[in-house]
Write a protein that binds this ligand. Structure first.
Ligand code: 5AD
Ligand code: SF4
Length: 428
Protein backbone atom coordinates (compact mmCIF):
# COMPACT_ATOMS: atom_id res chain seq x y z
CA UNK A 1 0.00 0.00 0.00
CA UNK A 2 2.94 2.31 0.57
CA UNK A 3 3.96 1.76 -3.06
CA UNK A 4 0.44 2.80 -4.12
CA UNK A 5 0.48 5.85 -1.82
CA UNK A 6 3.92 6.81 -3.16
CA UNK A 7 2.63 6.63 -6.73
CA UNK A 8 -0.40 8.77 -5.87
CA UNK A 9 1.85 11.37 -4.18
CA UNK A 10 4.16 11.39 -7.21
CA UNK A 11 1.20 11.83 -9.58
CA UNK A 12 -0.27 14.61 -7.42
CA UNK A 13 3.01 16.53 -7.18
CA UNK A 14 3.48 15.93 -10.93
CA UNK A 15 0.10 17.56 -11.57
CA UNK A 16 1.43 20.58 -9.62
CA UNK A 17 4.37 20.84 -12.03
CA UNK A 18 7.00 18.98 -10.04
CA UNK A 19 9.17 16.35 -11.72
CA UNK A 20 11.09 13.43 -10.26
CA UNK A 21 14.77 14.12 -9.47
CA UNK A 22 17.44 11.59 -10.42
CA UNK A 23 18.37 11.09 -6.78
CA UNK A 24 17.66 12.42 -3.32
CA UNK A 25 20.65 14.75 -3.13
CA UNK A 26 19.51 16.67 -6.25
CA UNK A 27 15.92 17.01 -5.14
CA UNK A 28 14.23 20.17 -3.84
CA UNK A 29 11.83 17.96 -1.88
CA UNK A 30 12.29 14.44 -0.56
CA UNK A 31 9.26 12.52 0.69
CA UNK A 32 10.14 9.57 2.91
CA UNK A 33 7.09 7.34 2.88
CA UNK A 34 7.46 5.27 6.01
CA UNK A 35 6.30 2.00 7.55
CA UNK A 36 5.70 1.49 11.28
CA UNK A 37 4.88 -2.21 11.27
CA UNK A 38 8.13 -3.36 12.91
CA UNK A 39 10.78 -1.42 14.83
CA UNK A 40 13.42 -1.88 12.12
CA UNK A 41 11.18 -0.28 9.48
CA UNK A 42 10.37 2.63 11.77
CA UNK A 43 14.02 3.31 12.68
CA UNK A 44 15.07 3.35 9.04
CA UNK A 45 13.57 6.78 8.52
CA UNK A 46 16.02 8.42 10.95
CA UNK A 47 19.09 7.00 9.23
CA UNK A 48 17.62 7.98 5.84
CA UNK A 49 17.13 11.58 7.04
CA UNK A 50 20.78 11.74 8.12
CA UNK A 51 21.90 10.68 4.67
CA UNK A 52 20.06 13.53 2.93
CA UNK A 53 22.56 16.19 4.04
CA UNK A 54 24.58 17.46 1.06
CA UNK A 55 28.36 18.02 1.11
CA UNK A 56 27.95 21.79 1.40
CA UNK A 57 25.78 21.30 4.50
CA UNK A 58 22.51 22.17 2.74
CA UNK A 59 19.63 19.74 2.41
CA UNK A 60 16.39 19.34 0.50
CA UNK A 61 13.00 20.06 2.02
CA UNK A 62 12.14 16.81 3.84
CA UNK A 63 8.67 15.37 4.35
CA UNK A 64 8.06 12.28 6.45
CA UNK A 65 4.86 10.61 5.25
CA UNK A 66 3.19 7.29 6.10
CA UNK A 67 2.62 5.42 9.31
CA UNK A 68 5.72 6.58 11.24
CA UNK A 69 4.44 10.12 10.66
CA UNK A 70 1.00 9.07 11.89
CA UNK A 71 2.33 7.32 15.01
CA UNK A 72 5.03 9.78 16.05
CA UNK A 73 3.62 13.08 14.76
CA UNK A 74 5.48 16.21 15.95
CA UNK A 75 7.90 13.98 17.90
CA UNK A 76 9.66 13.44 14.56
CA UNK A 77 10.54 17.11 14.11
CA UNK A 78 11.83 17.21 17.70
CA UNK A 79 14.04 14.17 17.14
CA UNK A 80 15.13 15.12 13.60
CA UNK A 81 15.34 18.89 13.20
CA UNK A 82 15.91 18.54 9.45
CA UNK A 83 12.32 17.37 8.90
CA UNK A 84 10.02 20.08 7.54
CA UNK A 85 6.76 18.19 6.98
CA UNK A 86 5.06 15.35 8.84
CA UNK A 87 2.03 13.94 7.04
CA UNK A 88 -0.01 10.83 7.86
CA UNK A 89 -1.34 8.25 5.41
CA UNK A 90 -4.87 9.72 5.41
CA UNK A 91 -3.74 13.33 4.84
CA UNK A 92 -1.15 13.17 2.06
CA UNK A 93 -3.48 14.85 -0.43
CA UNK A 94 -2.71 17.99 1.59
CA UNK A 95 1.02 17.78 0.79
CA UNK A 96 0.99 20.75 -1.66
CA UNK A 97 -0.53 23.02 1.04
CA UNK A 98 2.01 21.76 3.58
CA UNK A 99 4.85 22.62 1.18
CA UNK A 100 3.42 26.15 0.94
CA UNK A 101 3.30 26.31 4.75
CA UNK A 102 6.98 25.46 4.99
CA UNK A 103 7.87 28.05 2.34
CA UNK A 104 5.87 30.60 4.39
CA UNK A 105 7.77 29.61 7.54
CA UNK A 106 4.86 27.79 9.20
CA UNK A 107 4.92 24.42 10.98
CA UNK A 108 3.64 21.64 8.74
CA UNK A 109 2.40 18.65 10.72
CA UNK A 110 -0.81 16.95 9.56
CA UNK A 111 -1.80 13.63 11.10
CA UNK A 112 -5.56 14.15 10.79
CA UNK A 113 -7.83 11.36 9.66
CA UNK A 114 -10.25 13.69 7.87
CA UNK A 115 -13.84 12.72 7.05
CA UNK A 116 -13.44 13.86 3.45
CA UNK A 117 -11.62 11.16 1.54
CA UNK A 118 -8.12 11.90 0.30
CA UNK A 119 -9.09 10.01 -2.85
CA UNK A 120 -11.54 12.77 -3.84
CA UNK A 121 -8.75 15.33 -3.72
CA UNK A 122 -6.19 13.35 -5.73
CA UNK A 123 -5.86 13.87 -9.50
CA UNK A 124 -6.96 11.16 -11.96
CA UNK A 125 -4.46 8.34 -12.57
CA UNK A 126 -1.61 9.27 -14.90
CA UNK A 127 -0.17 7.12 -17.68
CA UNK A 128 1.35 3.99 -16.11
CA UNK A 129 4.85 2.81 -16.87
CA UNK A 130 4.06 -0.78 -15.92
CA UNK A 131 1.28 -3.13 -17.07
CA UNK A 132 0.53 -4.19 -13.49
CA UNK A 133 -0.88 -1.62 -11.08
CA UNK A 134 -2.10 -1.39 -7.51
CA UNK A 135 -5.49 0.03 -6.63
CA UNK A 136 -6.38 0.69 -3.00
CA UNK A 137 -10.02 -0.25 -2.37
CA UNK A 138 -10.03 -0.58 1.40
CA UNK A 139 -7.98 0.93 4.17
CA UNK A 140 -7.63 0.45 7.89
CA UNK A 141 -8.32 -2.44 10.20
CA UNK A 142 -10.79 -3.26 12.98
CA UNK A 143 -9.26 -6.61 13.88
CA UNK A 144 -6.84 -5.39 16.57
CA UNK A 145 -4.38 -8.26 16.57
CA UNK A 146 -2.52 -7.62 19.81
CA UNK A 147 0.92 -7.16 18.18
CA UNK A 148 -0.14 -4.83 15.37
CA UNK A 149 -0.04 -1.03 14.97
CA UNK A 150 -2.14 -0.89 11.79
CA UNK A 151 -5.52 -0.22 13.49
CA UNK A 152 -3.90 2.82 15.16
CA UNK A 153 -1.90 4.17 12.22
CA UNK A 154 -4.27 3.46 9.32
CA UNK A 155 -7.45 3.85 11.36
CA UNK A 156 -10.78 2.00 11.16
CA UNK A 157 -11.81 -0.20 8.21
CA UNK A 158 -13.14 1.96 5.38
CA UNK A 159 -14.17 0.76 1.91
CA UNK A 160 -13.86 3.08 -1.08
CA UNK A 161 -17.18 3.42 -2.91
CA UNK A 162 -17.93 1.17 -5.87
CA UNK A 163 -18.13 3.97 -8.45
CA UNK A 164 -14.84 5.50 -7.35
CA UNK A 165 -13.04 2.16 -7.56
CA UNK A 166 -14.53 1.35 -10.99
CA UNK A 167 -13.57 4.82 -12.30
CA UNK A 168 -10.00 4.40 -11.11
CA UNK A 169 -9.83 0.90 -12.62
CA UNK A 170 -11.08 2.22 -15.99
CA UNK A 171 -8.53 5.06 -15.83
CA UNK A 172 -5.75 2.54 -15.15
CA UNK A 173 -6.82 0.34 -18.08
CA UNK A 174 -6.98 3.44 -20.32
CA UNK A 175 -3.45 4.25 -19.09
CA UNK A 176 -2.20 0.87 -20.36
CA UNK A 177 -2.66 -1.36 -17.34
CA UNK A 178 -3.51 -5.06 -17.90
CA UNK A 179 -3.40 -6.36 -14.34
CA UNK A 180 -4.88 -4.75 -11.25
CA UNK A 181 -4.09 -5.79 -7.70
CA UNK A 182 -6.80 -4.57 -5.35
CA UNK A 183 -5.27 -3.46 -2.08
CA UNK A 184 -6.45 -3.22 1.48
CA UNK A 185 -5.19 -4.06 4.96
CA UNK A 186 -8.30 -6.28 4.99
CA UNK A 187 -9.13 -6.22 1.32
CA UNK A 188 -11.65 -9.04 1.55
CA UNK A 189 -13.67 -6.98 4.07
CA UNK A 190 -14.41 -4.56 1.21
CA UNK A 191 -18.10 -3.81 0.82
CA UNK A 192 -20.08 -1.30 -1.15
CA UNK A 193 -23.20 -0.63 -3.20
CA UNK A 194 -23.08 -1.12 -6.93
CA UNK A 195 -24.70 1.32 -9.38
CA UNK A 196 -28.06 -0.41 -8.87
CA UNK A 197 -27.84 0.00 -5.08
CA UNK A 198 -27.17 -3.69 -4.41
CA UNK A 199 -24.77 -4.49 -1.58
CA UNK A 200 -21.66 -6.15 -2.96
CA UNK A 201 -18.56 -7.77 -1.52
CA UNK A 202 -15.13 -8.12 -3.07
CA UNK A 203 -16.44 -10.94 -5.28
CA UNK A 204 -18.97 -8.53 -6.83
CA UNK A 205 -16.27 -5.98 -7.45
CA UNK A 206 -14.08 -8.63 -9.08
CA UNK A 207 -17.01 -9.64 -11.30
CA UNK A 208 -17.46 -6.03 -12.47
CA UNK A 209 -13.73 -5.71 -13.15
CA UNK A 210 -13.83 -9.02 -15.04
CA UNK A 211 -16.16 -7.28 -17.53
CA UNK A 212 -13.68 -4.45 -18.26
CA UNK A 213 -12.31 -4.92 -21.77
CA UNK A 214 -8.53 -4.62 -21.87
CA UNK A 215 -8.03 -5.80 -18.31
CA UNK A 216 -6.50 -9.28 -18.28
CA UNK A 217 -5.89 -10.13 -14.64
CA UNK A 218 -7.25 -9.34 -11.19
CA UNK A 219 -5.51 -9.99 -7.88
CA UNK A 220 -6.15 -8.82 -4.32
CA UNK A 221 -4.18 -8.58 -1.11
CA UNK A 222 -4.14 -8.82 1.97
CA UNK A 223 -6.98 -11.01 3.17
CA UNK A 224 -8.03 -11.98 6.68
CA UNK A 225 -9.23 -15.59 7.10
CA UNK A 226 -12.44 -14.48 8.85
CA UNK A 227 -13.51 -12.31 5.88
CA UNK A 228 -13.01 -15.07 3.33
CA UNK A 229 -16.68 -15.42 2.36
CA UNK A 230 -18.13 -18.39 0.51
CA UNK A 231 -19.01 -16.02 -2.36
CA UNK A 232 -15.39 -14.89 -2.66
CA UNK A 233 -14.13 -18.47 -2.53
CA UNK A 234 -16.56 -19.47 -5.31
CA UNK A 235 -15.50 -16.42 -7.32
CA UNK A 236 -12.13 -18.13 -7.79
CA UNK A 237 -13.84 -20.87 -9.77
CA UNK A 238 -16.14 -18.53 -11.70
CA UNK A 239 -14.24 -15.36 -12.55
CA UNK A 240 -11.81 -16.00 -15.34
CA UNK A 241 -9.57 -13.00 -14.74
CA UNK A 242 -9.23 -13.68 -11.00
CA UNK A 243 -5.80 -15.26 -10.56
CA UNK A 244 -5.32 -18.51 -8.59
CA UNK A 245 -3.17 -16.94 -5.90
CA UNK A 246 -4.17 -15.98 -2.37
CA UNK A 247 -2.17 -14.25 0.35
CA UNK A 248 -3.86 -15.47 3.52
CA UNK A 249 -1.78 -14.81 6.64
CA UNK A 250 -2.18 -17.14 9.63
CA UNK A 251 0.71 -15.73 11.75
CA UNK A 252 1.16 -18.76 14.02
CA UNK A 253 0.22 -22.42 14.31
CA UNK A 254 -0.65 -22.79 17.97
CA UNK A 255 -4.17 -22.10 19.22
CA UNK A 256 -2.86 -20.62 22.48
CA UNK A 257 -0.68 -18.13 20.58
CA UNK A 258 -3.45 -17.35 18.06
CA UNK A 259 -5.70 -16.52 20.99
CA UNK A 260 -3.05 -14.33 22.63
CA UNK A 261 -2.66 -12.61 19.26
CA UNK A 262 -6.44 -12.03 19.13
CA UNK A 263 -6.54 -13.56 15.66
CA UNK A 264 -10.13 -14.79 16.16
CA UNK A 265 -9.53 -17.94 14.14
CA UNK A 266 -8.05 -21.26 15.17
CA UNK A 267 -5.47 -23.47 13.55
CA UNK A 268 -8.24 -25.88 12.54
CA UNK A 269 -10.62 -23.28 11.15
CA UNK A 270 -7.75 -21.88 9.05
CA UNK A 271 -6.82 -25.31 7.70
CA UNK A 272 -10.49 -26.09 6.93
CA UNK A 273 -10.72 -22.78 5.05
CA UNK A 274 -7.68 -23.66 2.95
CA UNK A 275 -9.22 -27.05 2.22
CA UNK A 276 -12.46 -25.40 1.07
CA UNK A 277 -10.56 -22.96 -1.17
CA UNK A 278 -8.58 -25.79 -2.75
CA UNK A 279 -11.74 -27.81 -3.28
CA UNK A 280 -13.06 -24.95 -5.42
CA UNK A 281 -9.81 -24.16 -7.20
CA UNK A 282 -7.33 -27.03 -7.01
CA UNK A 283 -4.39 -25.08 -8.44
CA UNK A 284 -4.67 -22.21 -5.94
CA UNK A 285 -1.23 -21.03 -4.80
CA UNK A 286 -1.16 -19.87 -1.20
CA UNK A 287 0.99 -17.33 0.53
CA UNK A 288 1.13 -16.28 4.16
CA UNK A 289 2.68 -14.16 6.89
CA UNK A 290 4.23 -15.57 10.06
CA UNK A 291 5.50 -14.09 13.30
CA UNK A 292 8.01 -16.05 15.39
CA UNK A 293 8.78 -15.33 19.03
CA UNK A 294 5.48 -13.79 20.09
CA UNK A 295 5.72 -13.25 23.90
CA UNK A 296 5.57 -16.59 25.70
CA UNK A 297 5.91 -18.74 22.55
CA UNK A 298 7.38 -22.09 23.60
CA UNK A 299 9.42 -24.49 21.46
CA UNK A 300 6.40 -26.79 21.17
CA UNK A 301 4.19 -23.88 20.06
CA UNK A 302 6.73 -22.84 17.44
CA UNK A 303 6.75 -26.45 16.18
CA UNK A 304 3.03 -26.02 15.50
CA UNK A 305 3.85 -23.09 13.21
CA UNK A 306 6.30 -25.31 11.30
CA UNK A 307 3.57 -27.90 11.19
CA UNK A 308 1.07 -25.59 9.58
CA UNK A 309 3.67 -24.72 6.93
CA UNK A 310 4.11 -28.42 6.21
CA UNK A 311 0.35 -28.94 5.99
CA UNK A 312 -0.39 -26.00 3.68
CA UNK A 313 2.74 -26.10 1.47
CA UNK A 314 2.77 -22.39 0.63
CA UNK A 315 4.08 -21.29 -2.76
CA UNK A 316 5.76 -18.39 -0.95
CA UNK A 317 5.47 -16.72 2.46
CA UNK A 318 6.83 -13.91 4.59
CA UNK A 319 8.11 -14.44 8.11
CA UNK A 320 9.14 -11.97 10.77
CA UNK A 321 10.59 -11.84 14.24
CA UNK A 322 8.10 -10.41 16.71
CA UNK A 323 8.77 -6.73 17.26
CA UNK A 324 7.08 -5.02 20.22
CA UNK A 325 5.20 -1.93 19.00
CA UNK A 326 4.44 0.99 21.31
CA UNK A 327 0.79 1.23 22.31
CA UNK A 328 -0.16 -2.34 21.32
CA UNK A 329 -1.48 -4.77 23.96
CA UNK A 330 1.24 -7.38 23.27
CA UNK A 331 4.00 -4.86 24.03
CA UNK A 332 3.08 -5.13 27.71
CA UNK A 333 3.16 -8.94 27.85
CA UNK A 334 5.75 -10.93 29.80
CA UNK A 335 7.61 -13.85 28.29
CA UNK A 336 10.06 -12.05 26.04
CA UNK A 337 11.69 -14.64 23.75
CA UNK A 338 15.52 -14.26 23.77
CA UNK A 339 17.08 -13.03 20.50
CA UNK A 340 19.12 -16.20 19.73
CA UNK A 341 15.96 -18.33 20.04
CA UNK A 342 14.04 -15.91 17.79
CA UNK A 343 16.86 -16.09 15.22
CA UNK A 344 16.92 -19.87 15.28
CA UNK A 345 13.14 -20.12 14.90
CA UNK A 346 13.13 -17.65 12.02
CA UNK A 347 15.88 -19.58 10.24
CA UNK A 348 14.09 -22.90 10.61
CA UNK A 349 10.80 -21.40 9.45
CA UNK A 350 12.39 -19.73 6.45
CA UNK A 351 14.20 -22.94 5.48
CA UNK A 352 10.84 -24.76 5.50
CA UNK A 353 9.14 -22.00 3.48
CA UNK A 354 12.00 -21.86 0.95
CA UNK A 355 11.89 -25.62 0.47
CA UNK A 356 8.15 -25.44 -0.25
CA UNK A 357 8.64 -22.52 -2.63
CA UNK A 358 11.25 -24.46 -4.62
CA UNK A 359 9.05 -27.56 -4.66
CA UNK A 360 6.10 -25.48 -5.88
CA UNK A 361 8.19 -23.94 -8.65
CA UNK A 362 9.61 -27.30 -9.71
CA UNK A 363 6.11 -28.75 -9.87
CA UNK A 364 5.11 -26.14 -12.47
CA UNK A 365 7.94 -27.14 -14.84
CA UNK A 366 6.41 -28.72 -17.93
CA UNK A 367 3.21 -26.70 -17.69
CA UNK A 368 1.93 -24.40 -20.42
CA UNK A 369 0.59 -21.19 -18.94
CA UNK A 370 0.11 -17.45 -19.49
CA UNK A 371 2.70 -14.83 -18.59
CA UNK A 372 2.12 -11.09 -18.37
CA UNK A 373 5.39 -9.46 -19.44
CA UNK A 374 6.33 -6.72 -16.96
CA UNK A 375 9.95 -5.66 -17.51
CA UNK A 376 13.22 -6.23 -19.34
CA UNK A 377 15.51 -8.91 -17.95
CA UNK A 378 19.18 -8.64 -17.04
CA UNK A 379 20.46 -9.84 -20.42
CA UNK A 380 19.59 -8.69 -23.95
CA UNK A 381 16.54 -10.43 -25.38
CA UNK A 382 15.18 -11.34 -21.95
CA UNK A 383 11.78 -10.30 -20.67
CA UNK A 384 10.41 -11.02 -17.21
CA UNK A 385 6.78 -11.51 -16.38
CA UNK A 386 4.47 -13.21 -13.92
CA UNK A 387 2.65 -16.52 -14.11
CA UNK A 388 -0.93 -16.74 -12.77
CA UNK A 389 0.63 -18.04 -9.51
CA UNK A 390 2.77 -14.87 -9.12
CA UNK A 391 6.01 -16.62 -10.07
CA UNK A 392 8.65 -14.61 -11.95
CA UNK A 393 9.14 -16.16 -15.39
CA UNK A 394 12.14 -15.26 -17.53
CA UNK A 395 11.58 -15.67 -21.26
CA UNK A 396 14.36 -15.47 -23.87
CA UNK A 397 13.90 -13.94 -27.31
CA UNK A 398 10.17 -13.61 -26.84
CA UNK A 399 9.73 -11.23 -29.79
CA UNK A 400 7.04 -9.64 -27.66
CA UNK A 401 6.61 -6.43 -25.72
CA UNK A 402 6.21 -5.41 -22.10
CA UNK A 403 2.47 -5.50 -21.41
CA UNK A 404 1.85 -8.51 -23.66
CA UNK A 405 0.10 -11.53 -22.25
CA UNK A 406 1.77 -14.51 -23.90
CA UNK A 407 1.59 -18.27 -23.68
CA UNK A 408 4.67 -19.94 -22.28
CA UNK A 409 5.97 -23.44 -21.62
CA UNK A 410 7.76 -23.47 -18.27
CA UNK A 411 11.04 -25.25 -18.95
CA UNK A 412 13.08 -24.77 -15.77
CA UNK A 413 12.42 -23.87 -12.16
CA UNK A 414 14.59 -22.32 -9.45
CA UNK A 415 13.83 -20.96 -5.97
CA UNK A 416 13.04 -17.40 -7.10
CA UNK A 417 12.35 -17.53 -10.82
CA UNK A 418 11.56 -19.92 -13.64
CA UNK A 419 12.53 -20.17 -17.29
CA UNK A 420 9.86 -20.06 -19.98
CA UNK A 421 9.82 -20.79 -23.70
CA UNK A 422 7.30 -18.91 -25.82
CA UNK A 423 4.52 -21.18 -27.06
CA UNK A 424 2.39 -18.42 -28.53
CA UNK A 425 2.73 -14.65 -28.59
CA UNK A 426 -0.94 -14.37 -27.89
CA UNK A 427 -2.54 -15.98 -24.87
CA UNK A 428 -5.67 -17.94 -25.71
N1 5AD B 1 6.11 -7.81 14.81
C1 5AD B 1 6.43 -8.64 13.78
N2 5AD B 1 5.68 -8.77 12.67
C2 5AD B 1 4.54 -8.04 12.60
N3 5AD B 1 3.59 -7.98 11.65
C3 5AD B 1 2.65 -7.09 12.05
N4 5AD B 1 2.97 -6.59 13.24
C4 5AD B 1 4.15 -7.17 13.61
C5 5AD B 1 4.96 -7.07 14.77
N5 5AD B 1 4.66 -6.28 15.79
C6 5AD B 1 3.61 -8.78 10.43
C7 5AD B 1 2.39 -9.69 10.32
C8 5AD B 1 1.58 -9.02 9.23
C9 5AD B 1 2.67 -8.42 8.39
C10 5AD B 1 2.23 -7.34 7.46
O1 5AD B 1 3.59 -7.93 9.31
O2 5AD B 1 2.82 -10.96 9.90
O3 5AD B 1 0.75 -9.92 8.52
FE1 SF4 C 1 -2.73 -5.93 11.78
FE2 SF4 C 1 -3.64 -7.54 9.82
FE3 SF4 C 1 -4.27 -8.04 12.41
FE4 SF4 C 1 -5.32 -5.91 11.14
S1 SF4 C 1 -5.67 -8.10 10.65
S2 SF4 C 1 -4.48 -5.92 13.23
S3 SF4 C 1 -3.61 -5.28 9.82
S4 SF4 C 1 -2.19 -8.11 11.44
Amino acid sequence: MNVYDGERMTEMLGAKGMTAAADGADADLVVLNTCHIREKAAEKVYSDIGRLKRQDGSRPMIAVAGCVAQAEGPEITRRAKAVDIVVGPQAYHRLPGLIDDVLAGRAAVDTDMPEDSKFDALPARAKQARPSAFLTVQEGCDKFCTYCVVPYTRGAEVSRPWGEVMDEARALVDAGVREITLLGQNVNAWTGEDEKGRVQGLDGLARALDALPGLARIRYTTSHPNDMTEALIRAHAEIEKLMPFLHLPVQAGSDRILKAMNRSHSRDSYLRLIERIRSVRSDMALSGDFIVGFPGETDAEFEETLNIVREVAYSQAFSFKYSPRPGTPAAGLDGHVPAPIMDERLQRLQAAINADQLAFNEATVGRRTTVLLERAGKYPGQLIGKSPWLQSIIVENADARIGDLIEVDIVSGGPNSLGGAVASRQAA
